[in-house]
Design a binder for this molecule. Structure first.
Ligand SMILES: NC(=O)c1ccc[n+]([C@@H]2O[C@H](COP(=O)([O-])OP(=O)(O)OC[C@H]3O[C@@H](n4cnc5c(N)ncnc54)[C@H](O)[C@@H]3O)[C@@H](O)[C@H]2O)c1
Length: 356
């Protein structure tokens, strides 16, 4: 494949697809060959913007006609499964699916299994793992700068599946991806009255009270108990204090670390460390997380197997995130701690609605 550019197709031509297309173009080892969207104007406008030669109304027709090497799946979470499974079956070598991987565990399992069966590389868009502030924080923690980690405190705007997925994923990342023993949470089921239709995933919210096509909660607060001791205390949506979109503090036996929410609150530095004395800012290098994510996918496809960088955001890792998020919703519904592994075939809030 030396010198040849990988043929890339994008499925779902909305907001996040733009970030994927821009990253493939910057990478230089890829040629964007096709865009898929049932809304013809969306596919056409997207293709014009990114110089993509062909558009299709559905992914099956695109896969049959184009035989791409790489596919980005940028549809809503309930519509991730079919393009990922079909792309795997069609011989696509690398798939970058947006987060959350799915809205139920069986769907996530089918996606991971389909990719595994044909040795396709499946990555899921938790690109924050490539941001220098989290990478460096993870290294400092691993090197013992905080001593033994006791608690991670994380706040996020939005709902658990849409936005909390980054928070849970980053907490796992900072701790080196340990297993989870149990989740206990309370959920606020009062929903915002209205949301701007042009917001992320809010197109039909005002009529359906669904975001990205699925039920959401107004807020959540709870605990995730990791094996080995550390605990994540999370607060999201209506139950989060105002501390930026995603903000994290880690407390250990000899030190603390804080990663500012984004946009960085006022003049607060992105990453701070407190050892024996006061807080000190940790200098960071600049980096483009989308470029790193797409670069890891392309490297993996060219190498014929997932690289360690690609494995950071594997489908299996995203499945672990989803299990924690669904356990938090299930705990809120049952008002009981929920132990993992979670045997749950559905989405707890969808079930509540069906039973009402
Ligand atoms: N990683 C991140 O930081 C991040 C940020 C924002 C959104 N996202 C994720 O990206 C995904 C897309 O979100 P968005 O905000 O770009 O959505 P969007 O609504 O802007 O775009 C979705 C597009 O998919 C199209 N579509 C619907 N059904 C389709 C199908 N069956 N086949 C092909 N196209 C179809 C729609 O017509 C629309 O153009 C979601 O999973 C979301 O959670 C990730």
């Amino acid at each position: 494949m030396a010198g040849e550019r990988l043929r890339v197709a994008v499925v779902g031509c909305g907001k996040m697809a733009g970030a994927h297309a821009a990253a493939y173009r910057r990478d230089g080892r890829c040629a964007l060959v096709a865009a898929v969207d049932p809304v013809a104007e969306a596919a056409e406008a997207f293709s014009r913007r990114h110089g993509i030669p062909r558009t299709y109304p559905d992914h099956a027709a695109m896969l049959a006609a184009e035989r791409p090497d790489v596919v980005s799946v940028c549809t809503w979470p309930c519509d991730h499964e079919a393009p990922v499974v079909d792309a795997s079956k069609a011989g696509v070598r690398g798939i970058l699916c947006e987060k959350p991987i799915a809205v139920t565990l069986p769907a996530a399992d089918r996606m991971v299994d389909a990719a595994d069966r044909v040795d396709a590389v499946l990555m899921v868009g938790h690109q924050r793992r490539y941001e220098p502030r989290y990478r460096l924080a993870r290294r400092l923690i691993a090197e013992g700068a905080l001593g033994e980690v006791l608690d991670i405190h994380g706040a996020a705007g939005g709902d658990l599946l849409t936005d909390g997925t980054h928070l849970v994923d980053l907490a796992r990342f900072l701790l080196g991806d340990p297993a989870v023993e149990w989740v206990f949470s309370g959920i606020d089921r009062t929903l915002p009255e209205r949301m701007p239709a042009q917001g992320f995933g809010t197109l039909h919210y005002n009529e359906t009270k669904r975001r990205y096509g699925h039920r959401i909660e107004g807020g959540a607060a709870g605990h995730v108990q990791f094996s080995g001791g550390p605990r994540l205390l999370f607060e999201t949506g209506s139950l989060a204090r105002r501390s930026g979109y995603q903000s994290i503090r880690v407390a250990g036996t000899i030190g603390r670390l804080a990663v500012s929410g984004d946009p960085a609150a006022g003049a607060a530095p992105w990453l701070r460390l407190q050892g024996g004395g006061g807080w000190e800012e940790v200098p960071l290098s600049a980096a483009d997380p989308m470029a790193a994510e797409v670069g890891a996918l392309v490297d993996s496809v060219l190498a014929g197997a997932a690289t360690p960088e690609a494995d950071l955001v594997s489908g299996r890792s995203a499945r672990a995130d989803l299990e924690i998020l669904l356990a938090a919703l299930e705990s809120g519904v049952r008002r009981q701690p929920v132990r993992l592994p979670l045997a749950l075939a559905d989405h707890p809030l969808e079930r509540l609605e069906a039973e009402a």
